[in-house]
Design a protein around this ligand. Sequence first.
Ligand SMILES: Cc1cc2nc3c(=O)[nH]c(=O)nc-3n(C[C@H](O)[C@H](O)[C@H](O)COP(=O)(O)O)c2cc1C
Length: 226
Amino acid sequence: MTWIDLGDPLPRSSPKRYEPIEWETGEICLLPVCSDATSLPFNDVLDARVSHRQFGVVDDKQLGAFLWHACRTRGVGPSDLGFDLEHRAAPSAGAIHPIHVVLKRPGDIRWWLYQAKAHNLVELKQATGKLKGLYEHSRQVLEGDGAIRILFLAEPRKTLGKYQDGCSLIWRDAGALLAVMALTATAQGLSFCPLGITGDPWVSALADQGKLAGVGLALLGAAAGA
Ligand SMILES: Cc1cc2nc3c(=O)[nH]c(=O)nc-3n(C[C@H](O)[C@H](O)[C@H](O)COP(=O)(O)O)c2cc1C
């Protein structure tokens, strides 16, 4: 068995500026703004979290609330990295948030990018054809007909502009985000299950070599029988 050493991250003495990817986008889907607190006390959420593998269909209000709590940008700050630093519910090395949340709803062949600052979804035009194989692959892992498929799509050079040997930071960011999502889903009474597949090679084929990497998937749905 081989343990792949991803190195020990070290902040660069002078950061490398990086221009984030410009996506080819289509339709925009506005999401409801959600200000209501979820009703369960936090200790009950921690005690109740469990992976569910049966999924009913989630409506846009539930999806909007999920993304609002787990993923939206709550504040921004300037940086010399070529993009803003951000505060979200999940911690991220350097406040960089290199992982995009991209999702596919049941009955829709399109994949949508969650824009965390604007709290909306935008259609990713190049993804519909290029992520078809990933959809089929993920269904072999967990069918989840009613589920929303959530893809963790990393733009590693955001983090690597600040940190030398920073690849492990991206994976740790993915774990932090996964945990926040799992707890948010529990607080909302939704079903959530991480998938062990990364999303590659389909994700990396969306852009030039090395620009994008798949760092996981998860399924989200309504509680079975709800
Ligand atoms: C990184 C990661 C990958 C996982 N991959 C899968 C998977 O591919 N299929 C699946 O059914 N569950 C998957 N799970 C869920 C685990 O099987 C589950 O967390 C574990 O059985 C413990 O159960 P619990 O989450 O209900 O506590 C994954 C969990 C994590 C954290």
